[in-house]
Design a protein around this ligand. Structure first.
Ligand SMILES: Nc1nc2c(c(=O)[nH]1)N[C@H]1C(S)=C(S)[C@@H](COP(=O)(O)OP(=O)(O)OC[C@H]3O[C@@H](n4cnc5c(N)ncnc54)[C@H](O)[C@@H]3O)O[C@H]1N2
Ligand code: MOO
Length: 403
């Protein structure tokens, strides 16, 4: 049985950066940019008004004050998208809408609510500084400037920025294709009624959602009965058609737990078979032709824990992400938590911020079969292997889940 950190080190050493692909910007969310993006334009490409108001010459307001107001003649109106050909001369103003191009000759915009008008006369009561409310051409970014650096994760803001710079397609690192093989003769479909000894196949759904959360792709190879030869064929096919192979169940020491045997027969390099973590101990990690294999435990809570803790860092590395593991936080226990010494315990809890500190509340049974506990939790309290139960008031590390 190896430590959690040791397992993550072995896994991330084996996970290799995937190839680059060209995708539409809308398909790039949460992916890592594989090229530097330079601006092909000045943003904005013209001096534009930041406010609804009047474009004027600042010098016309030089000695302006309430006792000495200035009157300008309003020549017309410019809305966003229009271009006003004429030059503004001394004594003139033009009504301008937010986002419209400031006409030649004008060098300031005064907001509508700060002026008075009488017919076509604009009355000003104070000095308007040069460049007031004008967004200068190239102020945001200039032609040739680096807009987004290679290695950055694409978020909605980057997608908007790429669109404003005229990029429709970009190069990102590929997401791994993950094959899912679910084992267990006890499994039925989710729309079937459970009868004696049978349960619904929830792991398939948890796994697909976990992969969706990572922007990964999956191939679902269905439920395989507890038959070694069928399992071997499925795993072989999965290795040939994906970057990562995940099996659910059959990971422990039962009479029908064949995963390790099958991997040995295929000639895969088994790196480890158990990790000192509860839930999630029986995790088999192997490598075959640079493809990664994770044999995850069948217990519904264990499989999610093992995926988040061990599969996610591998996927992050393959997609080019910098932060492979989740950040830990300090939590104050708001309740007692039971636990046995031996393995590092990931106790699911509700973590709430109160007065600047995180407090962890007990949300119920930590039995690896009880998915309901996980659904009541938003985080984990980490109880070290050499500690058993812990009490209210104690301070431990923790982390949020699915973020
Ligand atoms: N003698 C020992 N027995 C067990 C040990 C051990 O060290 N010695 N380890 C236990 C631990 S820890 C875990 S975790 C489980 C893992 O077992 P398997 O990976 O072999 O999983 P199964 O036995 O197939 O199933 C466990 C449990 O989960 C349910 N299950 C399985 N697949 C699904 C699915 N697709 N959807 C929903 N639920 C599923 C299954 O019915 C079982 O209840 O082993 C312990 N045993
Ligand atoms: O380690 Mo098992 O994963 O208790 O549930």
């Amino acid at each position: 049985m190896i430590k959690i950190s040791e397992a993550i080190n072995i896994i991330t050493k084996e996970a290799k950066l995937l190839e680059v692909e060209k995708v539409h910007i809308l398909s790039s969310l949460n992916k890592i940019l594989a090229e530097d993006i330079y601006s092909k334009d000045n943003l904005p490409s013209f001096d534009k008004s930041a406010m609804d108001g009047y474009a004027i010459k600042s010098e016309d307001t030089k000695n302006c004050e309430s006792k000495n107001p200035v009157e300008l003649r309003i020549k017309g109106i410019i809305k966003a998208g229009d271009y006003y050909e004429e030059e503004i001369k001394c004594g003139e103003a033009i009504k301008i809408m937010t986002g419209a191009a400031v006409p030649r000759g004008a060098n300031a915009v005064i907001e509508i609510e700060k002026v008075n008008t009488v017919k076509d006369k604009l009355i000003l009561n104070s000095v308007v500084k040069k460049e007031n409310n004008i967004i200068k051409m190239g102020e945001e970014i200039e032609i040739g400037d680096l807009a987004i650096q290679k290695g950055k994760m694409i978020r909605p803001a980057e997608i908007g920025l790429l669109a404003s710079l005229g990029y429709k397609y970009i190069h990102v690192y590929k997401s791994p294709v993950i094959s899912l093989i679910i084992t267990g003769d006890e499994l039925i479909e989710i729309d079937e009624e459970p009868f004696m000894g049978k349960i619904r196949n929830s792991n398939e759904y948890s796994l697909r959602a976990l992969i969706d959360n990572l922007n990964g792709k999956y191939i679902s190879l269905g439920v395989v009965s507890d038959d070694k030869n069928i399992l071997k064929e499925k795993i072989k096919y999965a290795f040939e058609n994906s970057d990562i192979v995940i099996t659910s169940g059959g990971a422990s020491v039962g009479d029908y737990d064949f995963i390790e045997d099958v991997l040995k027969e295929l000639g895969a390099d088994i790196k480890f078979t158990t990790i000192s973590i509860k839930p999630g101990k029986p995790v088999t990690f192997a490598v075959y032709n640079e493809k990664l294999f994770f044999g995850l435990p069948g217990n519904p809570m264990s499989i999610i824990t093992a995926f988040e803790e061990f599969v996610v860092p591998a996927v992050n590395k393959m997609m080019g992400k910098n932060n492979l593991v989740k950040e830990e936080i300090t939590v104050v226990l708001a309740d007692d938590f039971k636990g046995k010494k031996g393995r590092t315990k990931y106790v699911y809890a509700d973590i709430i911020k109160e007065n600047g500190r995180y407090y962890a509340y007990n949300v119920g049974s930590q039995c690896s079969n009880h998915l309901i506990t996980l659904s009541r939790a938003n985080g984990i309290v980490i109880i070290p292997a050499d500690i058993g139960s812990v009490n209210k008031g104690e301070i431990l590390n923790g982390k949020f889940i699915f973020k």
